[in-house]
Design a protein around this ligand. Sequence first.
Ligand code: FAD
Length: 500
Amino acid sequence: MTAHPGTIEKICIVGGGTAGWMTAAALSHKLRGLPVAITLIESDEIGTVGVGEATLPAIRSFNSALQIDEAAFMRATEATFKLGIEFRNWGRIGDRYIHPFGDYGQKIDGLPFYHYWHRLGQGERLDEYCYGIMLAEQGKFRHPSTNEGDIESTFGYAYQFDATRYAAFLRQFSEAEGVRRVQGKVVETSLDSVTGHVSHLKMDDGRDIEADLFVDCSGFRGILIEQALHTGYDNWSQWLPCNRAIAVPCESRGPLTPFTRATALEAGWQWRIPLQHRTGNGHVYCSDFITDDEAATRLLNNLDAPALAAPRQLYFTTGRRRQFWNKNVVAIGLAAGFLEPLESTSIHLIQEGITELLQIFPDKQFLASDIEEYNRRMSLNIERVRDFLLLHYVATQRDDSEMWRYFRNMTLPDSLQEKIDAWLTRGHLVRYEFGVFLPPSWVAVLLGQNLIPRRHDLRADKAMRDKIAEGADALRGRIRSSVERASGQAEYIKQVRAAS
Ligand code: FAD
């Protein structure tokens, strides 16, 4: 097939981490059959960040858009199923709740169930009406039903996987789709003297690589978007001050829990991500409140099995690139920005970046309006995530350390303050345009961290109290008996791995 005049013929992706290979896989698959050549450059010497193991349910649409078989994916990446995140010690020390991927109860007359629960006086835990939470609490898993109306259709799931293996899996996929991989280091970037666009890259072995469109997936370095184009970075440390992490894998012990755990600590929090072959652990913290040595000791003391490797130290500044797309460079992944991994949102933002790029796929002309629209959408996406992450730190009663006191005295972004105010007055959740976290996620964190609205939506008063109570009892019963029949996650994974 010949190219139309003016269309993109050459794409160069710089970086072979999760972002680079996800981009290569999606572009090569979606542009298959068109006269577009895709090259991916990665450096074995520099390597990848190597963390990023917990995901959100949307990853399933990414895999299925590429027609990736779930069993093959689970075998290749040692993935487990993830029904949500267990938060410990966030509202108060000793508290615990699960943020599920799914709703609580079922809507009645279009009104979310939690309003009726509020009207009933919050007798039973709201969790009892959430299928995903009840399944997670039992350490069980099953695929959701595809029949709307079934109680088993009311939850979603994501994966926890070995990120390095996922990148390798997608590399194989992309190369089969025709992506050319170049191993080596980019040492120089040349800009067009008229347009200021990136024209070609020089490799350490002297090769030149040119392209029409460049995707910068070079990680925190941002070698094109920042080092070459000086796009600038909005630093969000005043809201999300955690700036370091120490990561260490340990042996897998005990039952394979179908959720990630995030335990709040004095100067940050600790993650625990169970995979089939090992458990990932990390301590995310703010260097103003704890030293690296103390943070490492804290992490190692909290492991539930022997470590499998030496701890790895990571440094970051939370925030975002001022433009995600600048001239002919689109930054995806850590090159575009990073918020901390509390709600496993980075891989999701990579996916959003790729989806939007495909939606607004440019010509060589690079219309300013396309670039603006892409930047608008991605800005909203990342700001929504920022607000949701910040909610965990401010919807709390903790004041036992300097870090928690810091959050108590913070002025919140208006978008978040308005959301919390509407919730507290009448349990209303302002729906954002864009943003991955829907109302049930906000309900989980707000209630899980003890922010109970003063009253429910008036419409919940229309129904008869006895009728609501009867319906709620029946719902709990249906959930319980269905969860009873489900298998443990380890056993379920064994069956999935064996399939096709
Ligand atoms: P990298 O993995 O850093 O890859 C950069 C690539 O660019 C590499 O291939 C490198 O070789 C190449 N490169 C760089 N410079 C050059 C050069 N000059 N020449 C050639 N090649 C070059 N995300 C989640 O979704 N869930 C999580 O649970 C999660 N946990 C995280 C925990 C921590 C502590 C951190 C820091 C991040 C976490 N993330 C998580 C984020 C996730 O790790 C990243 O979003 C994801 O790995 C993508 O990284 P990347 O591909 O952008 O960058």
